[in-house]
Design a protein around this ligand. Structure first.
Ligand code: FRU
Length: 497
């Protein structure tokens, strides 16, 4: 791979992130990656005492999937992460698969000793070739060290496809709820408990929505409808792999009610709602226990796809997470839909600002703006063009296009010429999501970070997340319109560091 053979001198001259050199031209500047080795799903996201904890599926011994353990990092602002030692390791042939973590400040589990205030309990899947069970581990020192519960497993139904417990405290019924996947049956199962140890089966949901592949990594939370604080609905997020429409893995969600026992879908059983329209958004999980002063629901996803997760051309690490995203529900003409936007904390990284006056765009318009770590907000009016948008990471023979196709009313990312694509036959492609023109305008909010693109279109209603692997020298940005001209209404960009 050409990019892996970068001369050492250039690597040494790269800027520091958090005091550590960017050791590879694809290492993002403001997204989370493990220092080295393999990462997949985010796990155990929990807030405690000023710190956001981020655990993640991790192979401590290699840069492909295996020996799954929970890697660990903490942040005080959701943006700058400090790496910590591996929190939970594979032991006795049992891998530590995905799961969640909660504050157990009332020591309901009895695993918190006298230190309830600092106590975290992780609920994870123990995996062997023949069995998946749910297990506990506790930490009494702000997540720094962990002890697996001696009475593990706490839930064993004799299944080999029973995984990814998401646990939360359900205030109205005064008990813990576990949302966990019967992957092969494409069902989400709900359990209740008063102590995190003894679980009672409450109900099952599914198959509904997209019913191919296996179901994994569920999450369940209540959201307020934008502009109508009294209106709340529950979102059940369920990941699908393999066999998603674009190939491989994808993240679907359901909007409905949850009464502490049963989740009911508001929509027809066969309606499929995708959280993201790119190929690299999977296994999203939201933070537990954000402080009462923070009413947000914030999630983060794994930025890869099981079709090529073991082949991303990066080293010495493999795997990357999205930026943390704040979630809302918006009442659209077609119903309530999930809205995602980068958390406001990201603005603290904004460096030099670039803006353009309103103008007409026809053909390609190279900009003075250049970079591989950029935030761009652009607003267009369609005019006579059949498609228009931005090109980023433009180089001699590379480009990644982010655009709007007028006839099909969709926003897209085209990574067919984005750089290295041949490491997997499943990587190259163009990925699109429906987006109507709203009040005559198309709004794009784009994050470019070395080997990734995130597009939040229409104020976060259509999101596309895609990895790209361009040559480091490909830093150009262009505006473009085809089939006529489009009007650029506003354009602002910042370098993010
Ligand atoms: C999803 C997943 C989970 C599992 C983990 C194993 O990407 O397959 O279902 O717990 O990865 O690493």
């Amino acid at each position: 791979m050409r990019l892996l053979a970068m001369p050492v001198l250039l690597v040494a001259a790269l800027p520091l992130v958090g005091g550590r050199p960017l050791d590879h031209p694809h290492r993002p500047r403001f997204h989370f990656t493990p220092e080295r080795n393999f990462m997949n799903d985010p796990n155990g996201l929990v807030y405690l005492d000023g710190e956001y904890h981020l655990f993640y599926q991790h192979n401590p011994f290699g840069d492909t999937w295996g020996h799954m353990s929970w890697g660990h990092a903490v942040s005080r602002d959701l943006v700058r992460w400090q790496h910590l030692p591996v929190a939970l390791r594979e032991e006795d042939g049992i891998m530590v698969f995905s799961g969640s973590a909660v504050q157990d400040h009332r020591n309901t589990s009895g695993l918190c000793g006298g230190k309830g205030d600092a106590c975290l309990v992780a609920v994870y899947t123990g995996h062997t070739a023949t069995r998946q069970t749910q297990n506990l581990a506790a930490s009494q020192d702000r997540g720094r060290t962990w002890t697996k519960y001696a009475g593990n497993p706490v839930l064993d139904i004799g299944s080999k496809d029973f995984r990814d417990p998401r646990v939360f405290w359900h205030q109205p019924t005064g008990r813990w709820i576990m949302v966990v996947s019967l992957a092969e049956e494409r069902k989400i199962r709900f359990y209740g408990s008063s102590d995190l140890k003894r679980w009672i089966h409450l109900s099952d949901f599914g198959p509904e929505g997209y019913t191919k592949g296996q179901w994994e990594c569920p999450d369940l939370f209540e959201l307020v409808v934008e502009g109508d604080p009294a209106r709340k609905r529950w979102v059940l997020d369920v990941d699908v792999n393999p066999g998603a429409p674009l190939g491989g893995s994808a993240d679907q969600y359901f909007v409905g009610s949850f009464d502490g026992t049963t989740f009911r879908n508001d929509n027809p059983k066969d309606l499929v709602l995708w959280a993201d329209h790119g190929k690299d958004f999977y296994a999203s999980l939201s933070w537990s226990d954000l402080p009462p002063s923070d009413p947000r629901r914030v999630w983060i996803g794994w930025m890869s796809n099981w079709q090529y997760a073991n082949q991303d051309p990066t080293s010495p690490w493999r795997g990357m997470l999205t930026v943390p995203r704040a979630l809302r529900l918006r009442a659209l003409s077609e119903g309530l839909r999930l809205i995602q936007e980068p958390v406001a904390e990201l603005r603290s990284l904004r460096g030099s600002r670039f803006s353009l006056p309103a103008r007409e765009v026809g053909g390609s318009v190279p900009l003075e703006l250049k970079g591989d770590a950029l935030e761009i907000t652009a607003e267009f009016a369609a005019g006579s063009a059949t498609s228009f948008g931005l090109t980023v990471r433009k180089g001699v023979d590379e480009e990644t296009r982010i655009g709007y196709a007028v006839p099909s009313a969709e926003v897209f990312v085209d990574r067919r010429r984005s750089g290295a694509t041949s490491f997997s036959p499943d990587f190259s492609g163009r990925h699109a999501g429906a987006l109507p023109v709203e009040a005559g305008r198309v709004r794009l909010h784009v994050l470019v970070d070395r080997s990734s693109i995130e597009v939040f279109a229409g104020g976060g209603r259509t999101v596309i997340t895609d990895r790209i692997f361009p040559d480091p020298a490909s830093q150009g940005v262009e505006l473009w319109a085809e089939g006529g001209s489009a009007s650029l209404v506003s354009f602002e960009a910042w370098s993010l560091d």
